[in-house]
Ligand binder design. Structure first.
Ligand SMILES: [Zn+2]
Length: 472
């Protein structure tokens, strides 16, 4: 039976208009006024906004890290995402050392297949480089993967040196694959971490002190310069500071094809949070920085210096010595307590996949920092365009997947762990009063969330094969 969403206000990246929307099967079939509803299921969206489902292009579900793994899998993470208004995400498929990139993709398909509820895709992720791996890059397109990430940090583990990064950029250019880069100077960071440990500076705040903003700023410019020289597009992940934004702006001012994202946590939190007794909650890389960096990121989102906002969702239990329950099932894995006595042993990462749209709407749209259209642009439309899913995803258009959020702009709630569906034992936004709420969420026409009710079925999410994307 077709579904008609009646009387809503549709929000796209460029327009705001009242219309009905008819869903036939998995697709948006008609958008228009006064649509016939006979024989259709009707969803009344009076006083509601209708937006494209959110797309989070930076997540790590069930990511192995040392003796543990990130605590959300492709079911729990997807449930949290859906309740937060996100209907598609892109995870990083990471091979073991010694394996081709394809093995990472196969491993991630095994994690996702039986569990997925929302739609998903992968970025390839380098963990080392050699001639064989560089030569493998074009074949990623056959796997439906059109982006690859290199990390300039995590020396001795994941760090790719400049030779490897430059050769990746050149190879990616030749086949239309987008290179993504984690910009931090891993060599200098390694020195600082060793010095902090030698002088017994082991609390979480030293996590930030040993990864200073200058080392992100420097690596950002270096990656931009390498991309410029290779004449290829670049996407800088999780930008945290004013200095990095300056470098991105500099590159864009020179007509380079460079783009960037920030993550929700970098808009709000600072080193002061790391210094709290529960500072472990905020340990992620790059680290949270200063108030003026928060403000620079907001500005960059508003004026278009940044093109997207993601989460780098990679949660770990704050206290992994105690089991939690999820849907009545106990869950326990080592977590942040691994670094209780030494920040350098703490798993890096924090939750956010379910929080992103709610917090950004409340702090951005409801408080007048972001227009409705800009919200849609940076949470859905640009991510779909950059990563080769547009207009199937990220659009309210005929023929697009019916991934929709019916958003109640007037609902007020006190946010936190009790409302978030993330499988973890804390929420960074605990006690925040939020305005606006994703009331109903549909993925390819199927109602996943209706208020408090959950209809999502494990295994119903689809892998989205991606083509080369657009340069924004
Ligand atoms: Zn990440």
């Amino acid at each position: 039976m077709p579904t008609v969403i009646k009387n809503g206000t549709l929000i796209t990246a460029s327009d705001t208009f009242k219309a009905d929307l008819l869903i036939d099967g998995e697709k948006i079939a008609v958008i228009g006024e006064g649509l016939e509803t006979e024989g259709a299921q009707v969803i009344d969206a009076t006083d509601r906004y209708v937006l494209p489902g959110g797309i989070d292009v930076h997540t790590h579900l069930q990511l192995p890290v040392g003796v543990t793994e990130s605590s959300d899998d492709f079911y729990t993470g997807h449930k949290a995402a859906a309740f937060g208004g996100t209907t598609t995400h892109i995870d990083f498929a990471i091979p073991n050392k010694g394996e081709p990139l394809r093995k990472g993709i196969e491993a991630w398909h095994r994690k996702a297949a039986d569990k997925a509820v929302i739609d998903y895709a992968y970025h390839a992720n380098l963990v080392e480089w050699n001639d064989a791996i560089i030569d493998e890059i074009p074949s990623l397109l056959d796997e439906g993967v059109s982006s690859i990430k290199a990390l300039m940090a995590y020396k001795g583990r994941l760090q790719i040196d400049d030779t490897g990064l430059f050769r990746t950029l050149q190879k990616a250019r030749d086949c239309g694959i987008l290179t993504m880069v984690h910009c931090e100077n891993g060599d200098a960071i390694e020195v600082l971490i060793q010095q902090a440990r030698d002088s017994r500076q082991l609390q979480p705040k030293y996590h930030a002190r040993t990864r200073p903003a200058w080392l992100e700023t420097e690596a950002t410019l270096r990656s931009i310069a390498l991309a410029a020289t290779a004449d290829t597009p670049l996407y800088v992940v999780h930008m945290t500071c004013a200095g990095s934004i300056d470098q991105l702006r500099y590159g864009r001012a020179h007509n380079l094809k460079v783009m960037g994202e920030t993550c929700v946590q970098y808009l709000f939190f600072t080193e002061d949070d790391l210094a709290r007794p529960d500072g472990a909650k905020w340990v992620c890389s790059p680290p949270v920085r200063t108030k003026s960096d928060n403000e620079a990121l907001w500005r960059a989102l508003q004026v278009g210096d940044l093109q997207a906002i993601s989460t780098d969702h990679c949660p770990f239990l704050l206290d992994g010595t105690r089991p939690i329950e999820y849907e009545g099932v106990p869950y326990q894995k080592p977590g942040k307590e691994l670094g209780r006595d030494d920040f350098s042993k703490m798993p890096n990462g924090l939750p956010g996949l379910g929080d992103r749209m709610i917090i950004l709407w409340s702090e951005g749209v409801a408080k007048g920092q972001l227009t409705l259209n800009r919200f849609v642009e940076i949470t859905a439309t640009n991510p779909a365009k950059i990563f080769g899913m547009y207009p199937r995803k990220g659009a309210l258009a005929i023929g697009a997947d019916a991934d929709l959020v019916i958003w109640d702009p007037n609902e007020k709630k006190v946010y936190g762990q009790a409302l978030s569906k993330q499988r973890v034992d804390y929420n960074l936004y605990e006690g925040w009063e939020v305005t606006g709420w994703p009331e109903k969420v549909l993925r390819r026409g199927e109602l996943l969330v209706d208020g408090e009710q959950w209809f999502g079925r494990a295994g119903s999410g689809t892998f989205i094969r991606r083509a080369p994307g657009m340069i924004l």
